[in-house]
Design a protein around this ligand. Sequence first.
Ligand code: ADP
Ligand code: FBP
Length: 324
Amino acid sequence: MKKIAVFTSGGDSPGMNACVRSVVRTAIYKGLDVYGIYHGYEGMIDGNIKRLQSGSVSNIVQRGGTILKSARSQEFRTPEGRKKAYENLVKHGIEGIVAIGGDGTFTGAKIFFEEYGIPTVGCPGTIDNDIYGTDYTIGFDTAVNTALEAIDKIRDTAAAHDRIFFIEVMGRDAGFIAVESAIGGGAEFVMVPETKTDLDAVVKSLKNLRKTKTSSIIVVAEGDEEGNAEEIMAKVKSKIKDNTKEFKVTTLGHIQRGGSPTARDRVLASRCGMAAVEGLIAGKVNCMAGIMNQEVVYTPFSDCIGKTKQLIPDQLKLIDILSI
Ligand SMILES: Nc1ncnc2c1ncn2[C@@H]1O[C@H](COP(=O)(O)OP(=O)(O)O)[C@@H](O)[C@H]1O
Ligand SMILES: O=P(O)(O)OC[C@H]1O[C@](O)(COP(=O)(O)O)[C@@H](O)[C@@H]1O
């Protein structure tokens, strides 16, 4: 293998740049030519592909977002789009790809490999942490720390005004950000898509808590089956029938996806990037380079996509116990 390419795709996440830097420098160190594909699969289809040098990734290890840009490409979901992408890769002589993204990105890469045989090794780039085959995904730690900083600030107001705050964090299908920010932020409750939210039990506990506490924080993952934080707040408010309390909602939104990556994310991203290039050179295909128990693990895309990463049960119990 002489020429490889790297791209970022799906939602951007803090640490993607550190991963790109690691892929580029590892490839050069190993004697490979390396290309950047801009705007994810969209750039593969449009031929937005440029040679990268070591200097191309200078001064980015600390930066959020992604210098390669990201996109969600509808065209790559079609056979015609993937054909154009293949032709562009052939034009540049690219023999292997590092795809930094989430399960959607890996689904696309798997289909592409089955159709055209260009090997891809993935790196887990999403703040949601919902990828099987790695203990943590690139960007998760930063997102949790950003959410925590916000929760700490909201807590000041909640306490000063004796309010009940519903704080919505990201997580369309997964509650990892919600659970860790609820533990770190000292929340009374967490609501996540993985477990059934019992609003009657929440109302009962809120009434009980009133004996010992004057304010409460409830962290809601955006994908909870009872709705978003605004909807859940309305349901709880109508059940609790307490006009003496003020209920407030804060949606943290995209601030969780930006900012300078934490040390953990930079190290994870750099390790995954190096492992992905080494994997490609060693002949690995259709798999993701992740870190489990401190070791590099290559997990087939079919498992990354098909298997569900479970929340840590202890963590949910912890929120319950520590909220008394
Ligand atoms: N079934 C699929 N077939 C082909 N390409 C896909 C498929 N699913 C996802 N992709 C490609 O991967 C991109 C990223 O997926 P998306 O779900 O948006 O983000 P993530 O990779 O973070 O999960 C999509 O915009 C699309 O181009
Ligand atoms: O910015 P967008 O495209 O609306 O995406 C929002 C979504 O991106 C995420 O941050 C990460 O999603 P992906 O894993 O698909 O990248 C989700 O938590 C959130 O629902």
